[in-house]
Design a protein around this ligand. Structure first.
Ligand code: ATR
Length: 282
C-alpha cells in the first residue's frame, strides 16, 4: 500500500518521551504503509495558534498529549462525543471539508484493553469503582457509561474532583470518600486504579481487598511496573486482573485507522516492543 506524503505526529510539550512514534512506526512498517509519524513539540504559548491553524500544519492528523488536550479540543470545528464530554481531544484530523476534527480515544483505549484481555468483561455491566479523578478517570467513567454500567463509583484523595466528575456525568455516577472504600468493594464488579499510585517512583496504592468479591475484575492503568502491587494482591486472592499497557496501545488504534485507512492490531509483539522501550520487565 502506498500513501506518500501522509504524515502524522504526536504533539504536546514535552514530546521527547512519547512512545506514540514507536507504536505508529511499528504499524506503518508491519502494514507496509508509506506514511510517517513524528514528534512536534508545541510550546505552551503557541499552542492555541498551532491547533487553530492545524489544517495548514502539513500533517494529516495528530495525537495530542499533555498539556494541550483541552486547548486542542477548543480549536476543533467538530468533536466526537467523548472529546465533548471530556473537554479534551487526543486525536486530530482534517476532514474533506477542511474542518479540524477531534476525538478523545483514551476511553476507547481502556475498553479495547479489557475487550482484548478479558472478553465478556462488560456482559453484566453492573457496578464499577474507579480510584482517582484525573483526566484518565474521566475517560474511564465515560467508557464505562458507554458500556451501560449502571453504577460508577469514584473515590479520590481530593474529594471535590471526584464530585466534579460525578456532577458532570450525572445519572449513574457517584462520588465517595476514602472511608467508604471497604463497603464499595463488596458490591464492585470492576475495580480500576486510574491514579499514578503504584507507578515506579510513586507511593504505593494501599488498599485492603478483603471485601472485594472473588470474581471482581481488577484493572490498573499503571504499566510501570506491569504487575503492580494492586494486581499482585488481586491475583493472589484469585481475582481476574488486566494490566495497563494495553490502554496506551489501544488508544492509538482509532487515530492510525483514521489517518492511514487500515485498522491496526495490538499484537503481543507490539506489547513487548513498547514495554522493552519503557524498560519494563515482564
Ligand atoms: P491523569 O491525567 O493521568 O489522570 P492527573 O490528572 O494528574 O493524571 O490525576 C492523577 C490522579 O492520581 C488524581 O486522582 C490524583 O489525586 P488528586 O486529584 O487528589 O491529586 C491521584 N494521585 C496522585 N498522587 C496521589 C497520591 N500521592 N495519593 C493519592 N492520590 C494521588
Amino acid at each position: 500500500m502506498s500513501a506518500p506524503g501522509r504524515k502524522a505526529a504526536i504533539t504536546g510539550h514535552p514530546v521527547a518521551h512519547s512512545r506514540s512514534p514507536l507504536i505508529h512506526g511499528y504499524w506503518l512498517k508491519q502494514l507496509g504503509i508509506e506514511g510517517e509519524y513524528g514528534r512536534v513539540d508545541v510550546a505552551p504559548e503557541t499552542a492555541d495558534a498551532y491547533y487553530r491553524a492545524f489544517s495548514t500544519s502539513g500533517l494529516i492528523g495528530a495525537n495530542v498529549t499533555v498539556p494541550h488536550k483541552e486547548t486542542a479540543a477548543k480549536a476543533c470545528d467538530w468533536l466526537d462525543s467523548a472529546a465533548k464530554a471530556m473537554g479534551a481531544a487526543n486525536t486530530l484530523w482534517v476532514d474533506d471539508r477542511g474542518r479540524i476534527c477531534g476525538a478523545n480515544t483514551d476511553g476507547l483505549g481502556f475498553l479495547g484493553n479489557l475487550d482484548q484481555l478479558a472478553p465478556g468483561w462488560d456482559q453484566s455491566a453492573g457496578t464499577a469503582l474507579v480510584i482517582g479523578a484525573g483526566g484518565a478517570a474521566r475517560a474511564i467513567v465515560w467508557a464505562l457509561l458507554s458500556r451501560k454500567f449502571t453504577s460508577v463509583h469514584i473515590i479520590n484523595r481530593t474529594a471535590e474532583k471526584a464530585q466534579k466528575i460525578a456532577d458532570e456525568f450525572g445519572t449513574g455516577t457517584f462520588a465517595h470518600s476514602w472511608d467508604e472504600l471497604g463497603t464499595l468493594l463488596g458490591k464492585t464488579d470492576l475495580l480500576v486504579n486510574s491514579t499514578s499510585l503504584g507507578m515506579t517512583g510513586n507511593p504505593p496504592l494501599e488498599i485492603d481487598l478483603t471485601n472485594l468479591r472473588g470474581d471482581a475484575l481488577v484493572n490498573d492503568i499503571v504499566y510501570a511496573p506491569l504487575e503492580t502491587d494492586l494486581l499482585k494482591a488481586a491475583a493472589k486472592r484469585g481475582n481476574p486482573v488486566v494490566d495497563g499497557i494495553g490502554m496506551l496501545l489501544h488508544q492509538a488504534v482509532p487515530g492510525f485507522e483514521r489517518w492511514f485507512g487500515v485498522r491496526p492490531e495490538v499484537t503481543d509483539e507490539l506489547r513487548t516492543l513498547v514495554l522493552k522501550d519503557l524498560g519494563v520487565t515482564t
